[in-house]
Ligand binder design. Structure first.
Ligand SMILES: Nc1ncnc2c1ncn2[C@@H]1O[C@H](COP(=O)(O)OP(=O)(O)OP(=O)(O)O)[C@@H](O)[C@H]1O
Ligand SMILES: [Mg+2]
Length: 452
């Protein structure tokens, strides 16, 4: 089991944290200050360090810096004071794996620790990924198993989550899966696509308004934050949100309270926030179009959904899944996908990811006149792409054949015998079977070519 070093100057906190972690099955040691922590970390091979930012004498930040110099691969989590986002940013920049704010929410702490250890491969992901609930997420590639394992780990807390990935990779599906895996599953899952709402209406969408707040506001209306109370608020395309709105969202995330437009009553919502983006928000932060403090607030746990071309082994399962779905919807009987068509689907690079695959299979099902999807049912560009990829293979084969032309027949036979023997580790019975001759015939040829 993983070994954790807990560093805090307050005896009570050390006790509460270590008791809780021991109950969860971790081995825990504690240290009271920088010096003790450094001594222990030098002597023991810990899997993770959890330190308070504020320590007497040298700080948690100093400890972090020391650890990153001496033990760069050892993950460090830092507990920062409530509301001090600057500290959080500073520790993240200095290599902390994550940070927690006081008062520490034990569930959130556990999730962050498990997630960190999963990323560092201290915890096996197979345990969570290979069996059990998959939340309708099709695919068994290591990349998708890691996503499923993370969903299970993070679902139990309400830690904010940032889902990143190219368009069509399944970000919304993952967000929905986290909601269904969580205790909030019976409360609403409310989505807001920040790219689809005009900039000046987004505050209204999020926080709602009072009657008469603006022309046309004939009655009080709730925003998504209110609707999602005790459920999950999914903020899609968060990278498109204006900086002015980012400030308001940050305030809500920190304080958990908000006002409807023109409202005087302070309202509370404890919705869990999951944000998604197909942009690289770290780049947006550097460019100044996305607030750094909001980035760190949302990015408590990041789930990267891999592009389809990075998990091509999932293509057949996904293609058959969509085939069944659309054959059913269109009341067609289609029993499968022809090998060539499947190969064409596999060599393609899928810029539009799973959404594109889904569209192409739906189209093929509608077009299909047979009880099987054939190459002809796929878009022309995929057919061309496929024949190009085969063209290259063929020419390699042609070259190989061309090299054999003009060789004495006996030499060809010698090569064939030798290759078969090597392929079968010199087992004569199996090599003979490969060559479709008897073992006796093989012995004769081996003698002839001096291969005995
Ligand atoms: N692993 C999967 N198994 C089954 N269906 C999937 C999978 N991944 C994605 N899908 C389906 O593909 C479609 C696109 O997924 P989704 O809308 O979640 O992608 P997205 O990343 O949010 O895309 P965008 O960035 O364009 O909003 C959906 O219909 C979704 O159900
Ligand atoms: Mg989406």
């Amino acid at each position: 089991m993983a070994k954790i070093l807990v560093v805090d100057d307050e005896r009570n906190i050390r006790k509460v944290l270590s008791n809780y972690l021991r109950k969860e099955g971790f081995t825990v040691e504690t240290a009271r200050n920088y010096e003790e922590a450094v001594d222990k970390a030098a002597a023991v091979n810990f899997d993770l360090v959890l330190t308070d930012m504020r320590l007497p004498g040298q700080s948690g930040l100093d400890l972090l810096k020391w650890l990153k110099r001496k033990r760069p691969s050892l993950p460090v989590l830092v507990i920062t004071a409530y509301g001090s986002i600057d500290n959080a940013v500073e520790v993240m920049k200095n290599g902390a794996s994550n940070y927690l704010t006081k008062p520490v929410d034990m569930d959130e702490m556990l999730v962050i620790i498990q997630h960190t250890l999963l990323k560092e491969q201290v915890l096996p992901e197979a345990a969570a990924g290979e069996e059990g609930e998959h939340f309708g997420i099709i695919g068994g590639s290591p990349a998708i198993n890691e996503v499923i394992a993370t969903i299970k780990v993070v679902a139990v807390s309400r830690a904010n989550i940032l889902i990143s990935g190219e368009s069509g990779t399944g970000k919304e599906l993952v967000a929905g899966a986290i909601h269904s895996a969580s205790q909030r599953r019976d409360a609403p899952f409310i989505a807001l696509n920040c790219a689809a709402v005009p900039v000046d209406l987004i505050e209204n969408e999020l926080f709602g308004h009072e009657k008469g707040a603006f022309t046309g506001a004939v009655s009080r209306e709730s925003g998504k934050v209110e609707m999602a109370a005790s459920g999950t608020l999914f903020l899609d395309e968060i990278g498109e949100m204006s900086v002015a709105m980012q400030i308001k969202l940050l305030r809500f995330i920190q304080e958990r309270v908000f006002y409807r437009i023109s409202g005087r009553e302070q309202l509370a919502s404890d919705c869990r926030i999951i944000a998604a983006t197909n942009r690289d928000l770290e780049v947006e932060v550097k460019k100044g179009t996305f607030r750094e403090d909001l980035f760190y607030r949302l990015n408590v746990i990041q789930i990267k959904v891999p592009a389809l071309r990075e998990r091509k082994e999932d293509i057949p399962a996904l293609a058959h899944y969509f085939l069944n779905k659309y054959a059913g919807e269109n009341k067609k009987f289609i029993r499968g996908i022809e090998q060539a068509a499947l190969e064409a689907l596999t060599v393609y690079e899928w810029p539009g990811n799973i959404r594109e695959l889904e569209n192409i299979i739906e189209r093929a099902v509608v077009l299909s006149r047979l009880d099987i999807i054939v190459l002809d049912d796929l878009p022309r560009k995929m057919q061309n792409n496929y024949s190009e990829s085969r063209g290259e293979n063929k020419s390699a084969e042609d070259q190989h054949l061309a090299g054999l032309i003009g060789m004495p027949l006996a030499e060809l036979e010698r090569i064939a015998v030798l290759k078969a023997l090597k392929a079968e580790n010199w087992n004569q019975t199996r090599a003979a079977a490969r060559l479709c001759i008897t073992r006796r015939q093989l012995r004769t040829k081996m003698e002839k070519y001096q291969l005995l």
